[in-house]
Design a protein around this ligand. Structure first.
Ligand code: PAF
Length: 282
């Protein structure tokens, strides 16, 4: 696996693959890679000849009081894991490489609407930072396909909208959530949890499954299911941010009778760690 940190060498590596007629996949990450990320590489491998991963802890998507400074950085383990899982090239830019005018002065991309609800409301500017860095990575790598995890369901919708509206010729693939045996969705932020909190955190998946059962049962209004889910999360020791049932395509509030194409989404704090998860309801 090639490891590249400069734009000219990245462009040269991609151009060589293009000349050889190979298709390119991009898997953007913030590093501290786990089995969830490795599954994205596997999806990328199935859809393109040459797989590029990026590892970049993107300052523009962290709020002033968020965990940018303490976000886990494990470059050697990341490179070894990517290599083992069949990644062909790893792009590890420094901040000035992606933001030559400084991250504060960067040209920003705002995807209206979808960026402003749920996590966007709780983390103002977060999705602008995501769209901003992903647009840069798309321009630098110019992949045929790009793979993102479905755990960040809202992020996936933001990126799909970004690509559709700015006409990036890139196919966006959403890869299934990878879970521990307990049901806890894999996340780099899980390592902020104590062993006891980690056990407790599995309750989020339990609540999502309960929500799915209630929606399938048709009897209870969605708002009542959401309210009870929030209550259950609080009873399990979380500080819930939201537990909602939304339209899968745009996270809008579903029409009262609608029961198909929905997604249940939860965000909740355990101590100082904010966890998100979701379940697509078929
Ligand atoms: O999902 C992530 O890890 C990040 O938000 C992404 C897409 C790599 C952008 O920094």
């Amino acid at each position: 696996m090639e490891i590249l940190d400069q734009v000219p060498e990245l462009r040269a590596a991609i151009a060589a693959q293009r000349r050889a007629g190979r298709s390119i996949a991009l898997v953007p990450t913030m590093g501290n890679l786990h089995a969830g990320h490795h599954s994205l590489i596997a999806v990328a491998r199935r859809h393109a000849d040459f797989v590029v991963a990026s590892v970049f802890v993107n300052p523009t998507q962290f709020g002033p009081n968020e965990d940018f400074a303490r976000y886990p950085r494990t470059p050697d383990a990341d490179a070894a894991g990517l290599d083992r899982h069949g990644c062909d090239a790893l792009f590890v830019p420094a901040v000035p490489t992606l933001y030559p005018f400084g991250s504060e002065a960067a040209v920003r991309v705002h995807v209206p609407g979808i960026s402003d609800v749920l996590d966007g409301a709780s983390r103002p500017g977060h999705f602008d930072g995501v769209a901003t860095v992903v647009a840069r990575l798309f321009n630098l790598v110019q992949p045929d396909v790009a793979v993102f995890g479905r755990k960040d369901y809202q992020q996936l919708l933001v990126i799909r909208r970004l690509v559709d509206d700015l006409a990036f010729p890139i196919r966006i693939l959403g890869a299934p959530i990878v879970r521990e045996a307990s049901g806890l969705a894999l996340s780099s932020r899980n390592q902020y949890l104590s062993p006891a909190q980690r056990d407790q955190a599995a309750a989020i998946h339990g609540v999502l499954q309960w929500m799915r059962g209630q929606v399938a049962g048709h009897a209870t209004p969605l708002a009542a299911i959401e309210a009870e889910a929030v209550r259950q999360l609080a009873a399990a020791g979380f500080d819930p941010d939201y537990a909602v049932i939304r339209r899968g395509e745009d996270l809008g509030t579903p029409e009262p009778e609608r029961r198909d194409g929905l997604v249940a989404l939860v965000a909740a704090r355990l101590g100082s760690t904010r966890l998100i998860d979701n379940l697509e309801l078929g």
